[in-house]
Design a protein around this ligand. Structure first.
Ligand SMILES: C[S@@+](CC[C@H](N)C(=O)[O-])C[C@H]1O[C@@H](n2cnc3c(N)ncnc32)[C@H](O)[C@@H]1O
Length: 272
């Protein structure tokens, strides 16, 4: 098995991945891509990147796509990531949405291993009690990440931003350093495998009031990012909000969203 791939093979792989997922590997990320795929290629007993491309493209191996997505995605996340965004969601965005309706539809659109949607539920429970006025959909392209989210077992790293009180209230300690999210949180979240680059899948999800789409569009290029932002605009109800990662911006894209400034946090709102 070769260590790296030639430029033609890299080009073929990156356009296949881009067409399927919207994820765009810059030339500088070639090493990252090859090291992530090598493990998968070995598991399949294949001998080269070229053989893997042929395998991916052969109709009989459609089942390989989810494995490819698992191999190439970066699932880094933790509870209460960027607390100022979570505070703005709980204290400003939700009360505003609830002026227009009794129950908010909330979507964590790249939920990874579940920390983000569970954080939203915990934040809402702190404000509204157990009967939160919201339905939560969480989705990701990586089935492996979704399976972990459904298991709901986390290590210290994932919980590093939580107070001892919150840990005790919302998690059961399975063994030292291993915590399971309580069913009262877990049961409030529906997990689905949704590819943000697949409009057929996006057309099925229905209307939303708040979308969290954090730290995923950084892996897309301008064109695939624009498509996702346009689709999210359609999916949001009038007055709905889009929250991106704390360091992300759509200022260079063409959109009708209005930028809202909160305390150390931003969100984009669709006109009412
Ligand atoms: C870095 S994690 C972000 C997790 C969480 N939103 C956060 O900010 O903590 C990025 C996630 O985006 C997912 N992802 C990448 N491409 C995607 C796509 N085309 N559709 C849906 N999810 C995707 C990855 O599987 C990964 O779990």
């Amino acid at each position: 098995m070769q260590d790296s791939m030639n430029s033609q093979t890299f080009e073929a792989l990156r356009s296949f991945i881009y067409e399927q997922s919207g994820i765009f590997f810059e030339k500088s990320k070639e090493y990252l891509l090859s090291s992530r795929l090598k493990k998968r290629i070995r598991e399949l007993n294949l001998n080269s990147f070229e053989e893997y491309i042929a395998y991916l493209k052969s109709t009989s191996s459609r089942g390989e796509l989810p494995k490819l997505f698992d191999a190439i995605t970066i699932n880094e996340t933790y509870f209460f990531r960027h607390i100022n965004q979570i505070n703005a969601f709980r204290d400003i965005i939700m009360p505003d949405v609830l002026k227009r309706k009794r129950t908010a539809n909330i979507w964590s659109a790249a939920s990874s291993t579940g920390e983000e949607p569970y954080t939203l539920i915990i934040a809402l429970m702190e404000k509204y009690g157990q009967a939160i006025p919201a339905k939560i959909l969480a989705s990701d392209i990586s089935q492996e990440a979704l399976n972990k989210a459904k298991d709901g077992v986390y290590n210290e790293y994932s919980l590093k931003e939580l107070s001892v009180d919150t840990k005790y209230k919302f998690f059961d300690t399975i063994k030292p350093g291993s915590y399971k999210i309580k069913d009262l949180i877990k049961n409030k979240c529906i997990f689905r495998n949704i590819n943000l680059n697949n409009h057929t899948e996006l057309n099925r999800i229905g209307k939303m009031d708040v979308i969290f789409c954090r730290n995923v569009l950084i892996y897309f290029n301008k064109e695939s990012r624009q498509k996702v932002i346009d689709k999210m605009y359609d999916i949001l109800n009038p007055g709905g909000y889009l929250v991106l990662g704390a360091t992300e911006s759509i200022s260079r894209l063409n959109t009708k969203f209005k930028l809202c400034h909160f305390k150390k946090a931003l969100a984009y709102q669709k006109e009412i």
